[in-house]
Design a protein around this ligand. Structure first.
Ligand code: FMN
Length: 415
């Protein structure tokens, strides 16, 4: 086994199995990693195919997944040259918190499968970068531990998994632990059809019996470094933040079935807001009508989002509908957006088009899968440096000064 591991993973030391993780930390420095795509390809080689495709893939034909990224390429800049911008102010304020940069970490379920550090590592990296972390309901670490790991604001994303009793318990725990806002995701009436997950046997690997797992095990065995860290971490974790009254933490196996019976409705939002009493954010808004309805239900912000192209395929790219939603909201509440952010220029474009800040999903999750906390920090550093350079090249001194005059949209976007 040792010689096999040494062959597969240079730097593996049998007396220190965690050397596998330290090795991957070294892999994310420049010039090995200069952009998010580099983190993606390291992640692809570190984690089993089923885990990578779960992270990388989208729903059905992946049209929206592709559009999320492509739409940014359709927007061009209108720079102001011959302007000296010695210092750029990247700070913004979201939900009453000062952030060092206008990019937060989106809720990403099953993060602990990508790396044992999972949500704790991501939250710590976010805090160190001066930004916020949003913890998914489908998380492998206790919410109290995630909050304790971060020096920055931490928000909780709510699914109604396990029913109202489990949701109320999670809301109470989140409040007590010091979470500062609740993000309620409304685009998950059922889980989207992720074809890659079916082909890779994701369900069988998570919840099947030994015989059902066998056809898919090669993916796991071909990633011994990941396998060892997964086993040292205790294997498949239950969901410590979905505690069903009288039953205990929900096992990971039930998640897809449970999502199908946990649709969030506008009536639920009223009840959630009354129970939570802090700022509530509606995540998954794609029309001006839903944005207005969110305001009526007392939301402090909306996230323009199509769940990273993982739910209903062929809905528009988030960037494409951002202007409609910014217009409908008309400054009454904060507008956040996510979907397709891979570069600092993407963040700049989203801000020019009406977002106060963006959420990054895969951009940091690739880093997490590649190298744990070091990978997330590297992703955030890439975006921060990109952002600063882009502002200087645009001739704009601060993210707060970005507006529509800095971008040019395709003609058919204006209608
Ligand atoms: C692997 C993965 C898991 C996700 N899990 C959740 C989740 O548990 N809750 C949620 O509201 N959104 C979830 N999302 C959606 C993200 O919060 C975010 O909307 C999306 O990733 C943004 O697109 P991007 O990945 O292109 O940045 C997930 C996204 C990915 C990639």
């Amino acid at each position: 086994m040792d010689s096999f591991l040494r062959r597969k993973w240079r730097g593996y030391n049998a007396r220190d199995p965690m050397s596998l993780l330290k090795q991957s930390t070294r892999q994310v420095v420049s010039p090995k990693v200069v952009c998010i795509e580099d983190l993606r390809s390291i992640a692809e080689h570190r984690v089993p195919r089923a885990v990578f495709d779960y992270l990388d893939g989208g729903a059905e034909g992946e049209v929206t997944l592709r559009e999320n990224c492509r739409s940014f390429q359709e927007v061009s800049f209108r720079p102001r040259h011959a302007v000296d911008v010695p210092q750029c102010d990247l700070r913004t304020r979201v939900l009453g918190f000062d952030l060092a940069l206008p990019a937060m970490l989106a809720p990403v379920g099953y993060s602990r499968l990508m790396h044992p550090g999972g949500e704790v590592a991501a939250a710590r990296a976010a805090g160190k970068a001066g930004t916020a972390y949003i913890l998914s309901t489908i998380s492998g670490h206790r919410l109290e531990d995630v909050k304790a790991a971060s020096s920055g604001p931490v928000f909780y994303q709510l699914y109604l998994l396990g029913g109202r009793g489990a949701a109320e318990a999670a809301i109470d725990r989140a409040r007590q632990a010091g979470f500062s806002a609740l993000f309620v995701t409304i685009d998950t009436a059922v889980s989207g059809l992720r074809e890659r997950d079916i082909r890779n046997g994701m369900k069988e690997l998570i919840s099947g019996g030994v015989l059902q797992k066998v056809p898919y095990l090669w993916q796991i065995l071909s990633r011994p470094g990941w396998l060892l860290s997964f086993l040292l971490d205790g294997g498949m974790p239950p969901l410590p933040n979905v505690v069903i009254p009288d039953q205990g933490p929900m096992p990971l196996v039930d998640v897809n079935a449970a999502l199908a019976s946990s649709t969030v409705t506008w009536q639920d939002l009223r009840w959630i807001r009354e129970h939570w009493r802090g700022p509530m954010v509606v995540k998954g808004v794609l029309t001006g009508e839903d944005a207005r309805r969110s305001i009526d239900e007392g939301a402090a912000a909306v996230v323009v989002s199509n769940h990273g192209g993982r739910q209903l395929d062929c809905v528009p790219a988030s960037l494409r509908v951002l202007p409609e939603i910014a217009a409908a909201v008309n400054g009454q509440i904060e507008v956040l957006m996510d979907g397709g952010i891979r570069r600092g220029t993407d963040i700049v474009k989203a801000l020019c088009m009406g977002a106060r800040a963006v959420l990054c999903g895969r951009a940091y999750a690739y880093g997490l899968a590649a190298a744990g906390e070091a990978g997330v920090s590297r992703a955030l550093e890439i975006l921060r440096v990109d952002l600063e350079r882009s502002l200087k090249l645009l001739g704009c001194p601060s993210v707060g000064a970005l507006d529509r005059t800095y971008v040019s949209l395709p003609r058919d976007w204006q209608t």
